[in-house]
Design a protein around this ligand. Structure first.
Ligand code: PXP
Length: 260
């Protein structure tokens, strides 16, 4: 059986800041959560600095960059303000996401195909600053091709629609969405892009998607922070790491999607 790259876990700590901001002050501190997640097996930390600073704030990303021992992935909109912040901060990676003020979370993928000219300079400036850029997109061929065209080395596939279909028990939709992810990941890999995935993942969906050998990183937030209320963050990160490792062990197994 072929050996596949291990799959990395990026823990998104935005919602630690959501809880903190509900009261103001400094508790609970996203930096403390990041350190616990790393000690429990996270390969990196993801934080989304939104234009409205609804959870993570500038001081959080500055302290994360300074104090965590693993790579920081900054999620950001492709605005002049955010590109400037990223160029000063120099996180390991930046994931460009669409942002709409009224949304509760990042609801859809970035329209790279429709905004090539607007996105290309941001990708170029971040890359020139030594930041590895990824684009958060739906697993659509046009978006994947466009990501490569404007020079992004990495895409992150939006798994939200698949996870919603799984959670709703809609098997037909879940199968269709998963097929789309499988095909998208294969296409992206075939044209030289590194492939990540995220949004809405839980233990079961993370285990399933970890079996796709072309996907090398999952970014997971809301579920982990929610589960941490019951079991503690360290235990939950360890359980997620174990779920992903179980999934990865199935990659390439006879009859698996990934082996085809
Ligand atoms: N990846 C990206 C690009 C995101 O915007 C988000 C949400 O901030 C996530 C992953 C994590 O999604 P969730 O919090 O649903 O796990």
């Amino acid at each position: 059986m072929p050996e596949f790259l291990p799959i990395r876990l990026g823990v998104n700590i935005d919602h630690v800041a959501t809880v903190r901001n509900a009261r103001g002050g400094r508790h609970p501190d996203p930096l403390g959560a990041a350190q616990i997640a790393i000690a429990a097996g996270a390969d990196g930390i993801t934080a989304h600095l939104r234009e409205d600073r609804r959870h993570i704030v500038d001081d959080d990303v500055a302290r994360l960059k300074e104090y965590i021992a693993k790579p920081l992935n900054l999620e950001m909109a492709a605005t002049a303000e955010m590109v400037g912040i990223a160029k000063n901060l120099r996180p390991h990676a930046a994931c460009i996401v669409p942002e709409r003020r009224a949304e509760r979370t990042t609801e859809g993928g970035l329209d790279v195909a429709g905004q090539r000219d607007a996105l290309r300079p941001a990708v170029g400036e971040l890359t020139a600053s030594g930041i590895r850029v990824s684009l958060f997109i739906a697993a659509e061929p046009a978006q994947i091709e466009a990501a490569r065209t404007i020079g992004a080395p990495v895409i992150e596939i939006h798994t939200g629609a698949w996870c919603d279909a799984v959670a709703a028990g809609n098997n037909a939709a879940a199968t269709a969405e998963f097929d789309r992810i499988v095909r998208g990941a294969a296409l992206a890999k075939s044209i030289g892009l590194e492939v990540h995935a995220g949004h809405g993942l839980d233990f079961a969906t993370a285990e399933t998607i970890a079996a796709l050998p072309g996907i090398v990183e999952l970014n997971i937030g809301h579920f982990l922070i929610g589960e941490a209320i019951f079991d503690g963050l360290a235990a939950v990160v360890r359980a997620m790491r174990a779920a992903m490792d179980r999934g990865r062990a199935k990659a390439g197994a006879p009859g698996s999607r990934a082996s085809r």
